[in-house]
Ligand binder design. Structure first.
Ligand SMILES: *Cc1c(COP(=O)(O)O)cnc(C)c1O
Length: 325
């Protein structure tokens, strides 16, 4: 078996991120609610992709890459954080973004430019077209003697997901220090790496903790998670497969990926007004609104302890409007 510490990793973020109680919301719902503040990972506006990029960009550096290419929607937090981290390491970020949704010079697109990334907006809704363009560019860069490293959507391969195996371990250590044991950890699911990493972490460190995923896009996440867990298990050279019983996936895509509704608006407002913390319209707003629905429906045990992962995304608040005013 290989340990997480056996994998090359560049130090980019500020870890551990805080684990904080949500006193007002806990009182409101009669549960013990905690927030894992991965919106405070310390690069750019913070967010979950920093943990993945510590592993991915170490691999890029070790391979001798001077260019890093990745993809996402126009308002991709992952692309923005890739640009921020690449700048720190002296590598050029090339972002091939879907020209759908909000691609004006606002939110993360604005930040991508401030960070000095090359932004290529592609008029397609099909990631296969984007990956073909990535491959074409990689060949062109090679002809100039430059090695380009490709990071998939959301940094969600097994290597990137190791960041969330580590986050689960880190969270459990913080819980132990507080003298609590969570019944469940809740996370948004966008490309799957964060969720698969947390599930693998639970299998390894605390199999009794349920890992509740809330899908914000229509992809077969149960399958994606199983596949990623198998790959994580391969990377870690585990003797036994990761096949714990902690996976619990819900869907809260609503009107579509990146389109928040009234319920998400109310969830973001509630967190802001009660706890002074900003969620985001695309991921954490949707995940938290589903959690609120379940809390209101009384679906959890009386004294349940719940850790909600705040995975970041603040840039989206300045680009993706909620319905109404
Ligand atoms: C990317 C992202 C997620 C989803 O993480 P995945 O690993 O892609 O599933 C959640 N929240 C925010 C703010 C993100 O940017």
């Amino acid at each position: 078996m290989r340990l997480l510490s056996d994998f090359p990793r560049v130090s980019l973020g500020c870890f551990p991120t805080p684990l904080v109680a949500l006193p007002n919301l806990s009182r409101m719902f009669g549960k013990r609610l905690y927030l894992k503040r991965d919106d405070m990972t310390g690069v750019g506006l913070g967010g979950n992709k920093v943990r993945k990029l510590e592993f991915l960009l170490a691999d890029a550096q070790n391979k001798g890459a001077s260019i890093v290419m990745t993809t996402g929607g126009a308002q991709s937090n992952h692309a923005m954080l890739t640009a921020a981290c690449c700048g720190r390491l002296g590598m050029q970020a090339v972002l091939l973004l879907k020209d759908r949704g909000v691609s004006q010079e606002v939110g993360n697109v604005y930040l991508d430019h401030l960070l000095g990334a090359e932004v290529v907006l592609m008029d397609t809704d099909d990631y296969r077209v984007i990956y073909e363009e990535m491959a074409r560019r990689k060949t062109a860069y090679a002809k100039e003697g430059k090695l380009a490293y490709e990071i998939p959507l959301g940094g969600s391969n097994a290597l990137g997901a190791l960041g969330y195996v580590e986050c689960f371990r880190e969270t459990m250590a913080q819980c132990a220090a507080l003298g609590i044991h969570p019944d469940r950890m809740v996370s948004a699911v966008g490309s799957g790496g964060t969720y698969a990493g947390l599930c693998a972490g639970a299998d390894l460190y605390a199999p009794d903790v349920k890992v509740t995923g809330v899908a914000v896009d229509s992809e077969p996440f149960a399958q994606i998670c199983t596949q990623l867990k198998a790959e994580i298990s391969g990377l870690l050279e585990l003797e036994h497969p990761l096949n714990g019983n902690n996976v619990e996936l819900f869907d809260n895509v609503g009107a579509g990926y990146g389109i928040p509704g009234q319920e998400e608006k109310e969830a973001v407002e509630l967190m802001a007004r009660e706890e002074g913390i900003f969620l985001d319209p695309v991921y954490t707003g949707k995940a938290f609104s589903l959690l609120l629905r379940k809390l209101r429906a009384g679906e959890f045990q009386e004294d349940e302890t719940i850790v909600f992962l705040h995975s970041g995304g603040a840039g989206g608040l300045f680009a993706i409007p909620f319905p109404g005013k």
